[in-house]
Design a protein. Structure first.
Ligand code: FAD
Length: 417
């Protein structure tokens, strides 16, 4: 293998994992990041769930009706900001075209292939370096009603078909796993994935940054890539007022990858889907969750991060600002209060919003682009943390001229023609 000089644009969890594996493969790597540290944008305060069994597209049949029913509720899983943004309506059209059982199965298989691989790689990293990033084991899906149970059927069928260890639980079974769950909130049952996990993504990313730094990766903070210019033998990056030459570049710039690629003549249908989180100190440990849960009715996750509890979710289409919208925060506080009312004071939580870089079909895009020496690791949507380690390793293999450990069919630019 020839050693290359590679620039990675973006110091989120995806960029840092990619840089680490490129350095492990013997390349000279620089990460260019506009903030002062890694994991400051989408990777910062999301739910933290690493659940391959739950890594499925949002295009589960039956979901459009549920979304419509939520549009006018005061607490809602999904909201659409009225906007004339043509990119949004183009994205919605493509997204709706994926709402078929067969498409759902194809997209889920692609996402889960990467997510299972990624979880194994994450565990290997965590064991090898003895990483502590507030991991918990097991993810419990809460099904409030019979309707939620029905909506979960396609996902359940996939779990059974793929022989993924899981338990379908009645309310008593759910409470045996999470004894502090409030008894007065309606509960029809649950699905438990004992092998899935959750953890603090920015803590992990910062540790991996240190490890990558020791392996020679250079981090350039407060540096913004303004343009990427392909050259005969490599690429040149316009960084603020300077120029940086490299043999190849990996674009891992989250939602801003769209603009960098567009300037190169490459259109990718990634759209920002805003989400929120509330993180509160646990005041009553006996009344707090043991590990991660997912409230299927509101598509809101509850995770335990050491001495804190995080409630994260909601999806807002058409909102591009950092504004913390009252309706979304109310939804998080409601879900926290519904399930673990005495665990924390949710009104005093730290609230955050971030942007999921979503493709309409679900799986991310990794690998080469039509432009030589320009690679991507983008579009991880709501599963970027769950897929970062695997996508980083697979892309480092591709750039090094090796076959990745898993089949990456359906995870490359080829699927958009
Ligand atoms: C509410 C919510 C809950 C979520 N829950 C989960 C979950 O439980 N599990 C899960 O797996 N995923 C979850 N996600 C999704 C996850 O947050 C993302 O998929 C993931 O963080 C994407 O990582 P990234 O590195 O691609 O992007 P980012 O973390 O956004 O990193 C991109 C980086 O690129 C930098 N950048 C951009 N443009 C430039 C430029 N021109 N020059 C220099 N730097 C640049 C940015 O500053 C940023 O640091 C959730 C997301 C949200 C919003």
């Amino acid at each position: 293998m020839t050693q290359k000089q590679i620039a990675v644009v973006g110091g989120g969890v995806v960029g840092v994992c990619t840089a680490y594996f490129l350095a492990q493969a013997g390349h000279e790597v620089s990460v260019i990041e506009r903030h002062q540290n890694v994991a400051q944008e989408a990777s910062f305060a999301h739910a933290g769930i690493v659940s391959p069994g739950y890594s499925t597209p949002w295009t589960v049949p039956g979901m459009p009706r549920k979304i419509l029913s939520h549009l006018f509720k005061s607490e809602a899983a999904v909201s659409v900001k009225p906007t004339f943004d043509r990119a949004m309506w183009r994205w919605v059209r493509r997204w709706l075209s994926e709402y078929e059982l067969e498409r759902y199965r194809i997209n889920s298989e692609r996402m889960q292939r990467m997510a299972y691989y990624s979880r194994d790689i994450l565990r290997q990293l965590s064991e090898y370096y003895q990483l502590d990033y507030e991991q918990t084991r097991g993810v419990l899906q809460l099904l409030r009603t019979e309707k939620d149970r029905k909506l979960a059927e396609p996902a359940l069928a996939l779990l059974a078909e793929n022989e993924v260890p899981h338990q379908v639980l009645d309310p008593e079974g759910v409470r045996a796993i999470e004894p502090a769950l409030a008894s007065n909130t309606p509960l029809a049952g649950g699905i438990y994935l004992p092998e899935d996990e959750a953890g603090n993504c920015p803590l992990f990313t910062k540790r991996l940054k240190q490890i990558a730094g020791t392996a020679g990766v250079q981090f350039h903070f407060t540096s913004t890539v303004r343009a990427i210019e392909p050259e005969s033998r490599g690429v040149a990056l316009q960084i603020d007022d300077g120029r940086y030459a490299a043999d190849a570049v990996v674009i891992a710039a989250g939602i801003d990858s769209v603009g960098l690629l567009k300037a190169l003549g490459i259109e990718v249908p990634i759209y920002p889907v805003k989400g929120y989180s509330a993180t509160a100190l646990i005041k009553n440990f006996d009344r707090a969750p043991q590990s991660a849960l997912m409230d299927e009715a509101y598509k809101v996750a509850i995770t335990r991060l050491g001495g804190r509890i995080r409630i994260a979710g909601t999806a807002e289409l058409g909102a591009r600002s950092d504004e913390l919208r009252e309706r979304a925060l109310r939804t998080l506080v409601k879900v926290g209060g519904d399930w673990f009312p005495d665990a924390a004071n949710y009104a005093q939580a730290n609230f955050w919003c971030g942007t999921r870089p979503m493709l309409p079909d679900g799986p991310p895009l990794i690998g080469a682009t039509p432009i030589r020496n320009v690679y991507v690791n983008i579009g991880h949507g709501s599963c970027g943390w769950a897929m970062a380690a695997g996508c980083g390793k697979a892309l480092a293999d591709i750039i090094s001229g090796h076959a990745p450990d898993i089949d990456i069919d359906g995870l490359t630019m080829a699927r958009y023609g």
